[in-house]
Write a protein that binds this ligand. Sequence first.
Ligand code: DGJ
Length: 743
Amino acid sequence: MIIIDKDKKIFHLRTKKMSYVFRILKNGSLGHLYYGDTLSEDENFDYLANVENKAAGTIKYYENDSKFSLGAETSEFNIYGTGDFRQPAIELRISNRLFYPEFAYVDHEITYRKERIPEVPRVYGDEYENLTITLKDKNLNLYLKLNYSITDESSAIVRSSSLINTSQHTYTISRFMSGTLDIPSADLDFISLSGAWLRERHLVRQPLRMGIQSVGSVRGASSHQQNPFIMLAEKNANEFSGTVYAASLVYSGNFLAQTEVDEWNVSRILIGINPMNFAWQLKPGDEFKTPECIFAVTQKGFNEISHTFHNIINDNIVEQRYKNFQRPIVVNSWEANYFNFDENSLLKLADLTTKIGADTLIVDDGWFGERDSTKKSLGDWFEDKRKFPHGIGKFAEHIHEKGLKLGLWFEPEMVDPDSDLYRAHPEWSIGKIDQRRSFGRGQLVLDMANPEVIDYLIASIDSMIERTKLDYIKWDMNRNITEAFSNYLDNEHQGELLHRYIMGVYKLMSHICEKYPDIIIENCAGGGGRFDLGMLYYSPQIWTSDDSDGVERLMIQYGTSMCYPLSSLSNHVTAVPNHQIDRVVPLNFRNNVSTFGVLGYELDLSELSEDELNEIKDQVSEYRKRQKLIFSGTFSRLKSPFCGNETAWQVVSKNKEEVLVGWYKVLAKPNQRNQSYLKLVGLEKDYYYSVSNDDTIHSGAALMNMGIRLPYDFNGANQETAQISGDFQSELFTLRKVNKKVI
Ligand code: DGJ
């Protein structure tokens, strides 16, 4: 509900889970008032709005009004140059000169519903109520629109901004954030999902301090190193309680997510496209729209923030056709064979895929051009005749005859200098052709801002899809953009390249999604280097990390789940010793970790014993029964791998009838009490639940206050005197509500 007090010029965006309040300030700009738990419809905000600003040392806006300084006001979209010296939300130039727009309220509009637009990732849904505030520069014909969208069941607010040029001049936008949020406290921690290739999205928590703390990417992709999702949390906030604010960007390119704490302990979040190397020419008649950002707030800790994001992603970002769609259980050829395969070895892998009960064979890197290593053929999207002497169409027929689905790996955005494509079109690659360029994996990046490149990729991928009746695409992207220069754009437009690049990627992905609705795209960027809401708009699942070691995955999946739902985490059981870290973790531990996401396999199944194949077969069949619960239930984290030797998490179905709990203990510890319990959350306290591995039933209240009993085994050699359990213990518990109420 959007409540507007015209006299007081206050806008109150109100849902069952939050209130968001702002007002029009004296100079016509917007001042933020409140974001937090729902307040009453007729709440009187005078005490927030009519504060006499006595902050000393500020620059006043009007000569004769000593009480009005933008430096001391909270804001909805701050502009540099007026006495608010914090980093601006927008920066505009004319003929290379910075100028200081004065955007003032003109009018507002309320609309309903947010449409899905194929080529632009955004939150969509019939349930949205939208408020657009239009502001106009006092001197120039420039309009700024601030968009806000809410739904009744969520604490989230979706924001975006756009700039419209109705003047005769061209302006350069050198910075344009999607949204800002002022929080009247700095006694908070700044939390990010940070890491590296093979250890993406680890949880990093550090205290806020005066000044700027930020995460971002200037790599042309959202990146392995930082994720476009941050939280500000009260010092005592944990998974279950405490105030937490979160911000995320619906975008896959360069981003900035920062907090600036001013001298009065106001924390301002800014989130949007990274201004580094961004310069957009806004010509007369043009409009530039930022990507959307999502803010969320709760008093109930990190799990509640995750539930908010998981719901939005599942219901309002991912294409709805995937929602009730049984996701494929794949066997992927990469860690099974790397580049060393041909149609015969793949057909054998296909037979074993059938044997374990999986349903899709993914032929990863190496099937095209003359690709025997990472140094050749990217861009040549036709089959390698040495590996497929009977043609890839015939191979696909064999796979389909076996009752399997087929997936192929593509890395559409890349080109190898040793490829037919590069020989024909060197100017399609990013960077000046006659100058030194940096290489990653020996490859260059294609200029996705060039429509001819997109047309070429559409034609070659379409042809392969049609020849193979393809069911699945693994879309990889293995290097970041350096020496950013487009041979297609003129000098004036070079600052647009990195945004145009990602819009080109979206165009190509939307083409595939629209033309081939039965194909599922799994996203990947050297593992989880582009795990973001922009990619999830087109591909409902993302390869979480190239590191598939069971222990490392506990941290990666735990951190990733802060923002992203289990339905988006692609997790494969791989071989031991693990190819990334050489660790040997038992098969059931690897399965029990991978189960919390989209399960798949990526190992040479022919090297496994009959017993191991049977164990996997059982795991696949168990997972099939659980997939609906895992994807549609409410996921909560119970014990953090960043805090100790044990990790635990759970999923509860929306009707609270079914529960799946995963518990993991990495290293054995001697002499531990064998009566240890794990407290669950979100059950019906007045009903009984049956617990697998236990003959008794327990009330929801007991399971939430005392917990399920953990299997601390005595299986060491000297079990008479000490408790030494083996390393890598884990257990999955299934709970079911029984039709019996506690009396
Ligand atoms: C990086 C990906 O993350 C891997 O899964 C695999 O597809 C390789 N690229 C192939 O080159």
